[in-house]
Design a protein around this ligand. Structure first.
Ligand code: NAD
Ligand code: TYD
Length: 339
């Protein structure tokens, strides 16, 4: 099978490329990425010379380039990871989120229709369900819930999901959607909570916790997410939506304290800062459907995954130090200087 992985130089996309090449050496993987600030070709270096791997630099909103690529490759499956993915950036500058996350998805689906792709898989997020109250631990996101979005990021992802289901119903495009909770693991860009806190702790810098740090996220090790998507694209039912999550809810402050303990730094580094606008309180996934229909279950418990992740960041300082030394420095100043 010939599989297009868009956003393949990003965090989850690159982990998915590694997972597929290892698990299905009989398949061919083409990673497409625009190499925005979040994409990093260094990440794909270990597989660049594999015979069944090709990297293409390109933008999913570029209709002509996508048409050429689809015609040339004749993809069987498209897995769409490409997106603007950071909530805080979407609050600063929503426009590019709508372009990439909504219009880019439409361009890809038009090419999938035109070139007879057998499965278009949209990598979605649990943020499309809005949030849950902190005092109702009995409530979870299920696939049938209506979509409500809090940030321009989640609104753009919800819009894309609606468009995917519309292409399925109206044009009969074979699709699946997955909606996963927060991921963590190797190669995550250090603007996101876990790698940002590891990097700051290592540099003895303040750890900026939004609000009181009580917001809850449901963390999943990235490889478990990759495994779920692999199952969905091969065995998932056409037109279905699958939630992915491992019942691993943690308050942000507890995650931050765990990181400090692991790296041996004092809690006095924690700084409570101004809250994020529209900050979602709690995410929590009910993964019953993917478990019952496809037999998926997570393999890496948080205590093990967080240790592996911290170890990876300690062993791969060059990877993230290169990132935080450049343009990211300006981003950090802008976002955190007066917070
Ligand atoms: P990321 O920001 O690390 O990677 C996104 C990649 O997409 C980058 O390599 C970037 O260069 C590329 N990209 C951006 N715009 C593009 C364009 N116009 N054309 C081609 N490539 C483009 O994000 P991530 O955390 O790896 O997330 C991947 C996907 O998974 C996203 O769709 C996101 O919504 C979804 N998701 C993420 C999480 C999470 O916790 N990170 C959870 C659930 C779902
Ligand atoms: P993030 O990693 O941006 O993911 P998302 O907003 O998509 O869930 O943030 C995870 C949580 O951590 C979220 O509740 C916001 C919080 N947070 C901080 O407290 N400080 C930070 O510097 C960042 C980046 C996030």
């Amino acid at each position: 099978m010939n599989i297009l992985v868009t956003g393949g130089a990003g965090f989850i996309g690159s982990n998915f490329v590694f997972y597929e090449l290892e698990k299905h050496p009989e398949d061919r993987i083409v990673a497409l990425d625009a190499l925005t600030y979040a994409g990093n070709l260094e990440t794909l270096k270990p597989v660049m010379d594999c015979e069944n791997f090709r990297f293409v630099k390109g933008d999913i909103t570029d209709r002509e380039a996508m048409d050429r690529l689809f015609a040339e490759e004749g993809f069987d499956i498209v897995v769409n990871f490409a997106a603007e993915s950071h909530v805080d950036r979407s609050i600063e500058n929503p426009g590019v989120f709508l372009e990439t996350n909504i219009l880019g998805t439409q361009v890809l689906m038009d090419q999938a229709r035109k070139h007879g792709v057998k499965r278009f898989h949209q990598v979605g997020t649990d943020e499309v369900y809005g949030d849950l109250p902190l005092d109702r631990p009995d409530l979870f996101f299920v696939e049938t819930m209506p979509l409500t979005a809090s940030s321009p990021y989640s609104a753009s992802k919800a819009s894309a999901d609606l468009l995917v289901m519309a292409y399925h119903r109206t044009f009969g495009l074979p699709v699946t959607i997955s909606r996963c909770s927060n991921n963590y693991g190797p190669y995550q860009f250090p603007e996101k909570l876990i790698p940002l806190m590891i990097a700051n702790a290592m540099a003895d810098k303040e750890l900026p916790v939004y609000g009181e740090g009580l917001n809850v996220r449901d963390w999943l090790y990235v490889e478990d997410h990759c495994k779920a998507i692999d199952m969905i694209i091969r065995e998932g039912k056409d037109g279905e939506i699958y939630n992915i999550g491992g019942h691993n809810e943690r308050a942000n402050i507890d995650v931050v304290k765990t990181i400090l303990k692991e790296v041996g730094k004092p809690e006095s580094l924690i700084k409570y800062v101004k809250d994020r606008a529209g900050h979602d309180l709690r995410y929590a996934i009910d993964p019953t459907k993917i478990h019952d229909e496809l037999g998926w279950e997570p393999e890496t418990p948080f205590d093990e995954g967080i240790k592996k992740t911290i170890r990876w960041y300690l062993d791969n300082e060059e990877w993230w130090k290169n990132i935080i030394s450049g343009e990211y420095q300006q981003y950090y100043e802008k976002m955190y200087a007066d917070r």
